[in-house]
Design a protein around this ligand. Structure first.
Ligand SMILES: *Cc1c(COP(=O)(O)O)cnc(C)c1O
Length: 392
């Protein structure tokens, strides 16, 4: 998937396919199956389908394939496989690769469902999992051994926006012969350089920035042709969590504006972080784009920006945090992210409610913590909304 196109050109054109009608917009091929001209052609296609030949929508579809080629082109990987949700992508990438007796090392700060897959599902099938503090390279060095099959982490953690050094962890993993699987949702495909930094497999929930308008669940796994077609595809196509063509069409349309949206969100996020930093009602403001963030230099080297989320801790705890949320006029109380609409989340009582207190403490999920996914509204309006709600 290599050409000389720049990001914005790829986002509009990469992977496009046109039917005999020469339609301008990407067509939605809402078909589960395909008609073969002859019995011989059907037989040949089951042996090895050609580039524009499809068998069944669970295996692949022209609209889904356009999306896979577009994201692979953007990410700089040889290939990609689109899935029904972000969790289908994460669980597919891990489960297709691992078998009983294998060892995985994972960062501890994970999206709740990712933690469930590693802690509850994989271990049930005899996979050994070691959790480490993702920001502590010594812990990675100690945990990764020559028998380790894969490492897994979110390149920027939820909700406390801690960075994992992709390059450094990849060096440790590769020295032991382990595959590096990165959940890159918070970094977005726009600020991602994960392949250049050593990642082997990159996973996105396309529900987030790639759709960007909160309409559809989706996911994608990007990697080498060998991993995507020989390891992942057989597993996905036989277990069933493939992306629907209609969803792929939504994601294709989302990608056309992905660069513009992510950059606008990150600019607004920086303005918001600066406006909130030092506010007397806040115990702290966490944004990797702020010079005060302990991993600011790493964030700039790894992503070139601070991302589209800002997290802050309301000093007076849960009641004050709820008063703040209930006083917001523009930002919505919800738990998605990467949406055009700004979303405020109270992780302790929603996304991370299930975690025992000691784990909340370890992850820095305090009673006053608010995670803000910055949308596409005017940054000045958002700052006024946030400052006004803090007065409450
Ligand atoms: C949302 C999310 C997922 C899961 O994606 P779904 O599309 O909701 O299944 C996985 N990892 C991270 C970091 C996420 O933010």
């Amino acid at each position: 998937m290599t050409n000389d196109w720049k990001t914005r050109t790829k986002l509009v054109h990469e992977g496009s396919r046109r039917s005999q009608y020469g339609e301008m917009a990407e067509a939605i091929f809402l078909t589960q199956g395909f008609v073969y001209p002859t019995a011989e052609a059907a037989e040949a296609r089951f042996v090895q389908p050609g580039k524009d030949e499809f068998i069944y929508a669970r295996y692949g579809n022209p609209t889904t394939r356009m999306f896979e080629e577009r994201i692979a082109g953007l990410e700089g990987t040889e290939d990609a496989f689109a899935t029904a949700s972000g969790m289908a992508a994460v669980s597919g990438a891990l489960t297709s690769l691992l078998r009983a007796g294998d060892h995985v090392v994972s960062a501890r700060a994970l999206f709740g469902s990712c933690l469930y897959v590693l802690e509850e599902v994989l271990t049930r099938f005899g996979v050994r999992v070691t959790f480490v503090d993702g920001a502590d390279l010594d812990q990675w060095r100690a945990a990764v051994t020559p028998g380790t099959k894969a490492v897994f982490f979110e390149s920027m953690s939820n909700p406390t926006l801690e960075m994992v050094d992709i390059r450094a962890v990849s060096e440790i993993a590769h020295a032991a012969g382990a595959l590096v699987i990165v959940d890159n949702v918070f970094a977005t495909p726009i600020f991602s350089r994960a392949v250049d930094q050593g990642a082997d497999v990159i996973v996105y929930s396309t529900t987030k920035h790639i759709d960007g308008q909160g309409r559809a669940l989706g996911g994608v796994v990007c990697g080498t042709q060998a991993f995507i077609r020989k390891v992942l595809e057989p597993y996905m196509k036989h277990t069933g969590a493939s992306m629907s063509p209609f969803t792929a069409w939504i994601m294709l349309n989302g990608m056309a504006t992905l660069d513009l949206r992510c950059r606008a969100m990150a600019e607004a996020a920086l303005q918001i972080a600066r406006a909130l930093d030092g506010h007397p009602a806040l115990a702290r403001v966490i944004y990797p784009g702020l010079e005060s963030h302990p991993q600011h230099a790493l964030a700039m080297a790894q992503m070139g920006a601070g991302g589209t989320l800002v997290t802050f801790d309301i000093a007076d705890g849960k009641e004050a945090a709820f008063r703040f949320l209930n006083a917001l006029q523009i930002a919505k109380i919800s738990n998605n992210l990467g949406d055009a609409k700004t979303i405020a989340t109270h992780p302790a009582t929603t996304t991370h409610q299930r975690l025992p207190q000691d784990q909340k403490d370890a992850l820095g999920i305090t009673p006053g913590l608010i995670r803000l996914s910055v949308g596409l509204e005017d940054a000045g309006d958002l700052i006024a909304d946030l400052l006004g709600a803090l007065e409450a």
